[in-house]
Design a protein. Structure first.
Ligand code: ADP
Length: 360
């Protein structure tokens, strides 16, 4: 990739003025760059290709498209024209590459050209997730805001006191729903922003008992008993207690929300290897198997109409999944339509989490 030494050259030094060591350092440095770098001389002959660009050499399938596009850009850059383009590769895996080529000029003369290949897959994915999220949020807020406006208008023109009272009650319910959506969105964005939550060793029974004590009486008032098995005090998880409380509350709240009077909800904790698993089991409406994959997505609801009645936001399980992942755990579900659902939130036991943190 460097020209052979010519008579008269200083040994170990070429026309770049770099000795062999300096050249080796430069090569290593460019190999450490995550972007692909390809350099050609004034005649378009390849002089250098770093490690990241190697995968495109003699490539087949979609990577060959990238090599071809790079060659075109380099050819134009060799004639003094810089250029850039975005190249989607349909994979698998799907990728988006940003390609750029620049002429290398000294004293007004084009000495060659350099091409840069940047993997923009993650950046594009994040942009698209954000776009979808904003669109979803706007859509989700539009409905209750529209309802509030309509109710207020109707109240303004209603004479009957009884009608006004009923509409006002609906107005309150809609505004509470709006409040819950905003609260859940704030919770979710806080959890997402906090990539690595600060974890304190917390006995899991403290969190579970507190949630059962808080939600149990409300559930019972709806005719749904919540039965919680005693949890051994020595089961400690390293967690952000506020986040975990939010996850447990969402799971228990759902179990009650999607049950009918007389259907018991059961809460217990199991240990599986170095993990503690919180199990929330209900005998309610269950979830159709086609929806199981999607219920952890933001705003996904199996039955929008029912969710409206129960006051759901469609964000609860997205929060649970984020909390689980942020704590190195996971949440899973088994469900049969018409028979009930069992959610399992698995988290590493505190000793194990500390071991992992020390090892890393
Ligand atoms: P929501 O606020 O609507 O309850 P979630 O994100 O908590 O939102 O749940 C998403 C959807 O998953 C719910 O709308 C519901 O259709 C379904 N779901 C969640 N938990 C249960 C459960 N225990 N039983 C039946 N369906 C459930």
């Amino acid at each position: 990739m460097r020209r052979a030494p010519a008579p008269g050259d200083t040994p170990g030094v070429d026309e770049t003025g770099l000795d062999d060591d300096a050249f080796a350092r430069l090569t290593r440095a460019l190999d450490a760059v995550p972007d692909g770098v390809v350099i050609v001389d004034h005649a378009g002959r390849e002089e250098f290709r770093n490690a990241a660009a190697e995968r495109f050499r003699d490539a087949r399938h979609s990577e060959a498209l990238a090599e071809h596009a790079v060659a075109q850009l380099l050819e134009r850059a060799g004639r003094g024209q810089p250029g850039e383009r975005e190249l989607p590769l349909f994979g698998p895996p799907r990728e988006v590459l940003e390609l750029r080529a620049l002429p290398l000029v000294a004293d007004g003369q084009v000495l060659g050209a350099v091409a840069l290949i940047h993997d923009a897959t993650d950046a594009r994915r994040v942009e698209s997730v954000r776009r979808d999220f904003v669109a979803n949020v706007s859509h989700e807020l539009k409905t209750p805001i529209g309802a509030l406006g309509l109710l207020a208008e109707t109240i303004a023109s209603a004479d009957d006191v009884e009608v006004v009272r009923r509409l006002a009650e609906r107005l309150v319910r809609e505004s509470e729903r709006l409040g819950r959506i905003v609260d859940d969105l704030l919770d979710l964005s806080l959890i997402e922003a906090q990539a690595a939550p600060i974890r304190e060793p917390t006995p899991i029974h403290v969190l579970v008992d507190e949630t059962v004590e808080r939600l149990g009486p409300l559930a019972l008032a709806r005719g749904i008993p919540v039965r919680a098995d005693p949890i051994p005090e020595e089961l400690v998880v390293a967690c952000d207690a506020v986040q975990l409380d939010s996850a447990i509350t969402n799971l228990l709240d759902n179990a009650v929300k999607y049950s009918e009077p007389g259907q018991e909800v059961h809460v217990c904790v199991e240990t599986v290897g170095d993990r503690v698993v919180l199990v929330v089991e209900d005998h309610g409406i269950g979830i159709p198997s086609r929806d199981l994959e999607r219920i952890f997505e933001r705003f996904y609801r199996v039955d929008k109409a029912r969710s409206r009645v129960t006051g759901g936001t469609g964000l609860g399980l997205a929060i649970v999944r984020h909390v689980a992942e942020a704590h190195g755990g996971e949440v899973t579900v088994e469900s049969t339509e018409g028979e009930g659902s069992t959610f399992r939130l698995a988290l590493p036991l505190a000793d194990h989490a500390a071991g992992v943190a020390e090892a890393s």
